[in-house]
Write a protein that binds this ligand. Structure first.
Ligand code: ATP
Ligand code: MG
Length: 216
């Protein structure tokens, strides 16, 4: 199987305790998997490891069959990975919605008109065009989450790591996000507590325990 993400015997210890160990996982090309588990078991921490935001873990992370042994190596793949954090508060780089959604395209050198056009399209797709000129700090939690998602999807990463993407969304918005994520043919790891959301999106579900990931 062609894999986008491979974890081999990943273990992580924070200052106080061993969080988890023996995490093995293969996420195939365009495969969608969900990870569930109790509060505090380490789901967000595991996603941060895969997102290249933690380096004090044991075991091996591979992206597209390339062992990632250093930050420098991770950086070669960083633009292939779109990471939506559980808490998007500290995530935004610009004060206004449209500017933030355009930011990564502008950073890659795209001209302003083209980046603006693409940002408008993604806001329309996500049903949040009306938020275009709003101050991000003045948006609700759910609105911020979907703006953050727009900023990720616009760069068309090959892998999506989504940490509780629907935890603050109303029923209709959640439904729209399910349809959009279902229509995207990418490798995805989705962490969620929402059983119905997972059922509609991810055929493969794992439960994170201290001693490893169990397929359920
Ligand atoms: N920055 C941090 N400093 C110290 N401990 C942390 C930090 N971030 C997380 N932890 C601890 O690590 C453990 C795992 O946290 P993590 O956020 O990965 O859990 P989770 O499974 O995502 O939980 P939830 O379902 O509540 O989101 C928790 O005990 C948490 O208190
Ligand atoms: Mg979490």
């Amino acid at each position: 199987m062609s894999c986008s993400i491979t974890l081999k015997k990943i273990s992580y210890k924070n200052e106080n305790r061993q969080l988890f160990s023996n995490i093995d996982l293969n996420v195939g090309h365009q495969e969608k998997v969900a990870i569930i588990g109790a509060n505090g078991v380490g789901k967000s921490t595991l996603l941060k490891i895969i997102a290249g935001l933690k380096d004090s873990y044991e075991g091996e992370l591979q992206l597209f069959h390339n062992p990632i042994l250093s930050k420098k190596e991770y950086n070669k793949f960083r633009s292939d990975v779109g990471y939506l954090p559980q808490d998007v508060n500290d995530y935004f780089l610009c004060p206004i919605v449209i500017e933030d959604v355009m930011f990564n395209l502008r950073a890659k050198g795209m001209n302003k008109e083209e980046a603006y056009h693409k940002a408008i399209l993604i806001l329309e797709n996500l049903g949040i065009s009306h938020l275009k000129s709003r101050v991000i700090l003045e948006l609700s939690g759910g609105e911020q989450k979907i703006v953050a998602l727009a900023g990720i999807l616009i760069t068309q990463p090959k892998i999506l790591l989504l940490d509780e993407p629907t935890n603050a969304l109303d029923f209709n918005t959640e439904k729209r996000i399910i349809d959009i994520l279902n229509s995207i043919k990418k490798s995805m790891i989705i962490v969620s507590h929402h059983k119905s959301f997972i059922e509609k999106l991810a055929p493969t579900v794992y439960k994170l325990e201290k001693s490893g990931l169990e397929k359920i």
